[in-house]
Design a protein. Structure first.
Length: 258
């Protein structure tokens, strides 16, 4: 899949160009499975929840799969382009999702919610626990008393198993892209480099995404010092305890009024 070498290359911010093809790139993700699992967790730990905020909502695909008759749904994403894309999607328009552009490290909402979620290892984009602290503080202030915070991380085992030297190429009628994924075990940085070539554009765009792969024990230690109570730590998409072989880990935290 050769790219047009006559085009100038331009490095752009994450999701600024990827947003327009994101749903195609992520077409392998079973958002119904994600929604069923998160709703099962909510039913277990906060069955009376009525309001859900997704603080890394992307183009809204996950929220659109939730039970809109039971829950009032909100979401924001750091990428303006991802939110703009969500406004053009039929399922987001159909469910009248309330989505906006925002930063998970610095946000305030007018009315507190029962559940906050941060999914698909979005929190791994925060590269230090200082950044996590700012995020956790905002989430804490956004939750009702006894509200829950659900987030997940990808583990080092996942990076080694699937993405250490991963290459993905796709060609469509209007564009083509190349994704190169690498994991550096010394820096613990997992990098994804996207090269995106739109037929109608004079440039080829490069996005570099970086995530820090935190050790599970360090995340547990951080949570123990936070304002939240830890309810459970699940092996991905199950209600079993996470372990050293987990590829994805879901954390369930609660805001206590005491």
């Amino acid at each position: 899949m050769p790219f047009d070498n006559s085009k100038d290359e331009m490095i752009v911010s994450p999701y600024s160009k990827l947003a327009s093809i994101y749903d195609d790139v992520m077409s392998h993700v079973d958002y119904k499975l994600w929604a069923r699992y998160i709703q099962k967790v909510i039913k277990k730990w906060n069955p009376d929840a009525r309001t859900i905020l997704d603080i890394s909502c992307g183009t809204g695909s996950f929220l659109a799969k939730l039970d809109v008759a039971r829950h009032q749904l909100f979401g924001f994403d750091l990428s303006f382009e991802m939110i703009f894309k969500s406004k053009t999607k039929n399922h987001c328009l159909k469910h009248q999702l309330q989505l906006w552009c925002g930063d998970m490290q610095s946000f305030v909402i007018q009315k507190k919610v029962d559940v906050v979620v941060c999914l698909y290892d979005s929190i791994n984009y925060l590269l230090s626990f200082d950044e996590w602290t700012r995020c956790f503080d905002c989430v804490f202030e956004s939750l009702n008393d006894q509200g829950i915070f659900i987030f997940d991380i990808c583990t080092e085992k996942n990076s080694f198993k699937y993405f250490r030297n991963y290459i993905e190429k796709q060609k469509r009628n209007e564009y083509q892209y190349l994704r190169e994924s690498q994991y550096n075990c010394e820096t613990r940085i997992h990098s994804n480099r996207f090269i995106i070539d739109f037929n109608s554009d004079a440039r080829t765009y490069i996005e570099i995404h970086q995530q820090y792969i935190f050790p599970l024990n360090e995340v547990m230690n951080f949570i123990s010092k936070s304002k939240f109570d830890l309810l459970s730590v699940y092996d991905g998409f199950t209600l079993r305890q996470a372990n050293k072989n987990s590829l994805r880990v879901h954390f369930i935290l609660k805001k206590n009024s005491t």
